[in-house]
Design a protein around this ligand. Structure first.
Ligand SMILES: *[C@@H]1O[C@H](CO)[C@@H](O)[C@H](O)[C@H]1NC(C)=O
Ligand SMILES: *[C@@H]1O[C@H](CO)[C@@H](O)[C@H](O)[C@H]1NC(C)=O
Ligand SMILES: *[C@@H]1O[C@H](CO)[C@@H](O)[C@H](O)[C@H]1NC(C)=O
Ligand SMILES: *[C@@H]1O[C@H](CO)[C@@H](O)[C@H](O)[C@H]1NC(C)=O
Ligand SMILES: *[C@@H]1O[C@H](CO)[C@@H](O)[C@H](O)[C@H]1NC(C)=O
Ligand SMILES: *[C@@H]1O[C@H](CO)[C@@H](O)[C@H](O)[C@H]1NC(C)=O
Ligand SMILES: *[C@@H]1O[C@H](CO)[C@@H](O)[C@H](O)[C@H]1NC(C)=O
Length: 574
């Protein structure tokens, strides 16, 4: 049977725009939702079968589509599927192109579907899937031919055809990755068969003009000229060929998207290198300079009998970061994930519910609150015992000492670009009218799943790279120990997931209620170990050297200055 859109989907753009729903389905940003696509297709096929029974004319297209998809789905379900980016790509493409066409061409069939016909992958998912492949290839420095063969660092999956590679290249170009687009488009052209080219001259011309523009942008004008002659022969009337002819005569060429080449240009030229370097490390690794402090220890919990210990691996002293192993039970993970699945949504920023830039993060999240289950509350209490920090949630009665668990599921090539966890940098840890609970002084990141390949948490500026490990928690402190500023080395990122599902849960600990639990060190150089020595010291008088505070404790400190004469660094309060 003739599948639709064997050529580049971008060449069919006018048709596809119709398939874009205003409320985006955002399937590609969650591996959980991608995983459910075959289940949804099974239901669609059952409905299609029923629909065909009602039609006496039995349209050939529909009957053969039904037969082909039923067989393909059966094969797919028999395979031992792990999450593979190329498989996700094919699934999304199938829905956007083939199912999209069926639903659009047979509105009365669509009308029988109700709920089932809504929230299916749309064009934005397809663009997201292409972007994910570009990201994986660039960040992990993979060969285009390997990716197209389905080989991501040895993890194999279905291949990509020449026109699929062309779409990846076209998307790379749109995203401003000119050099990457050249690699993909050249590869795609080299793989086109004679039939491909004869049947899809228009699509090929589109690929050639884009490639020509990519060459112009990289100052390879003569190659651009050659390609122009080729596509002029192929499709002289195509609008993009005519445009290319005009453009080639224009010597004042400027590329509006060149900046996108340096993914995080605003953070300095080397961040991209540091980031990819950390992501490409296969196993957990810290830079050698930190080695002297890199120790594993059984550490007693806070305010519990001393036989309650945690398996702690100190990853870095500056910034203070540790990995605590086996700190969340599988049953607890299940509870968090089950609650989260009920209302996973694409990550949004701020109160205005603005959609985040899907280029900077691809994941879906859900908040899980202490009052939803004693299990969740118990987990919050464990955070308190692990860190010695207050986690009480008082909302709506007053400011909380910690946020609810933010549970995240990453999508295809799911990632999070380098960022700080703190609210606006100038929201100091102390109380402000903007943020009554202060700022996020510490982050506890639980790994709720192993990830087969990729998905590490990295601190590119500090050279720290942590591979997800189910049951472990990564703990770090976001401010310099004197609380004067956000700790620049806590800039961190989630590397793209290559193979597998990534689930994590964040617990952010706030200033409020932690004034005396997290004292400030005498200088930014004070280490976490020194701070903990202060907190656990038998003579706890030093504790009043807190410089993180909220309005209530501000008064208490003032009183302690008056009556106790403690060593208060009041200047840092203001
Ligand atoms: C199926 O996948 C699991 C987990 O990835 C693996 O342990 C098992 O060996 C696989 N089985 C087959 C038949 O490939
Ligand atoms: C199918 O029907 C739903 C409503 O049931 C509608 O939202 C959707 O746009 C339709 N799909 C197509 C491709 O026309
Ligand atoms: C996958 O690609 C890598 C890197 O090019 C190569 O070393 C390896 O042999 C390939 N594996 C397979 C199964 O083709
Ligand atoms: C030439 O290119 C520049 C920058 O891309 C553009 O601003 C200008 O309008 C173009 N000139 C012509 C004649 O198309
Ligand atoms: C990225 O930025 C650096 C420094 O700003 C610059 O030297 C380099 O050429 C840029 N890379 C590209 C591909 O534009
Ligand atoms: C941290 O970054 C900020 C903003 O980029 C800068 O102003 C500050 O000087 C940096 N702090 C240190 C200690 O490098
Ligand atoms: C902190 O450490 C840096 C580099 O190790 C050193 O230059 C600086 O003098 C130290 N500052 C204090 C206050 O000890």
């Amino acid at each position: 049977m003739q599948l639709l859109w064997t050529d580049t989907l971008f060449a069919s753009l006018p048709l596809l725009v119709l398939l874009t729903s205003p409320a985006h389905s955002d399937i590609f940003t969650s591996s959980e939702k991608l995983q459910l696509l075959p289940v949804r297709e099974e239901a669609l096929l059952t409905s299609l079968d029923k629909y065909l029974e009602t039609r006496t004319d039995k349209p050939t297209y529909l009957t053969s589509f039904l037969a082909e998809r039923t067989a393909a789905l059966k094969t797919f379900q028999q395979q031992n599927n792990t999450f593979h980016p190329n498989a996700a790509f094919h699934n999304i493409r199938l829905f956007v192109a083939n199912w999209g066409y069926v639903l659009q061409s047979y509105p009365d069939f669509n009308a029988t579907l109700g709920e089932l016909g809504t929230g299916l992958p749309d064009y934005e998912d397809y663009v997201g899937a292409l972007g994910a492949i570009v990201r994986l290839q660039r960040i992990y420095s993979l060969h285009v031919r390997d990716v197209c063969a389905g080989n991501y660092s040895g993890h194999t999956g279905p291949p990509l055809q020449a026109w699929h590679a062309a779409d990846v290249g076209l998307q790379a170009y749109k995203n401003g990755h000119t050099q990457t687009s050249i690699e993909w488009l050249e590869y795609a052209l080299s793989q086109l068969t004679d039939t491909d080219q004869q049947e899809n001259a228009q699509a090929k011309a589109h690929v050639l003009t884009t490639l020509a523009n990519a060459y112009r942008q990289t100052n390879q004008g003569s190659k651009a000229q050659e390609l122009y002659l080729e596509c002029k022969k192929l499709a002289p009337q195509a609008p993009d060929v005519i445009q290319l002819e005009k453009d080639l005569k224009n010597t004042t060429f400027s590329n509006p998207v060149t900046n996108a080449l340096n993914e995080s240009a605003h953070e300095g030229p080397t961040l991209w290198d540091q980031f990819t370097d950390c992501c490409r490390r296969d196993k957990f690794h810290t830079v050698s300079a930190l080695r002297p402090h890199h120790v594993c220890q059984y550490k007693p919990g806070f305010s519990v009998p001393s036989y309650v210990t945690f398996k702690v691996e100190i990853l870095s002293l500056v910034p203070a970061a540790s990995l605590i192993y086996d700190v969340i039970y599988d049953e607890e993970i299940q509870v968090l994930v089950d609650f989260a699945k009920e209302n996973l949504g694409t990550a949004r920023i701020g109160n205005d519910n603005a959609r985040v830039d899907l280029k900077s993060r691809t994941s879906q999240l859900s908040w899980v609150h202490d009052d939803q289950s004693p299990v969740v509350r118990g987990l919050s209490q464990r955070v308190k015992v692990m860190t010695g920090l207050e986690v009480e949630q008082r909302f709506p009665k007053g400011p909380s000492s910690a946020e609810s668990f933010q549970v995240l599921n990453y999508g295809m090539g799911g990632h999070y670009n380098p960022h700080y966890d703190t609210y606006a940098r100038d929201v100091r840890p102390l109380s402000t009218h903007l943020q009554p609970a202060g700022n996020r002084i510490a982050t506890v990141l639980f790994y709720l799943s192993d990830v087969e390949k990729g998905g590490s948490t990295v601190f590119p500026r500090a050279g720290i790279s942590v591979a997800p490990r189910k049951g472990a928690a990564l703990v770090w402190y976001n401010f310099e120990p004197d609380y004067n500023d956000v700790h620049n080395l806590t800039l961190h990122a989630g590397c793209p997931v290559v193979i597998g599902h990534k689930w994590i849960a964040n617990k952010w600990i706030l200033t409020y209620g932690n004034t005396f639990r997290r004292p400030c060190g005498p200088s930014p150089n004070t280490t976490q170990l020194e701070l903990e020595a202060i907190v656990t010291s038998p003579t706890r008088t030093k504790l009043v050297t807190s410089c993180v505070t909220d309005d209530v404790t501000l008064v208490m400190i003032a009183l302690s200055v008056l009556f106790v004469g403690g060593n208060v660094r009041a200047s840092t309060l203001l």
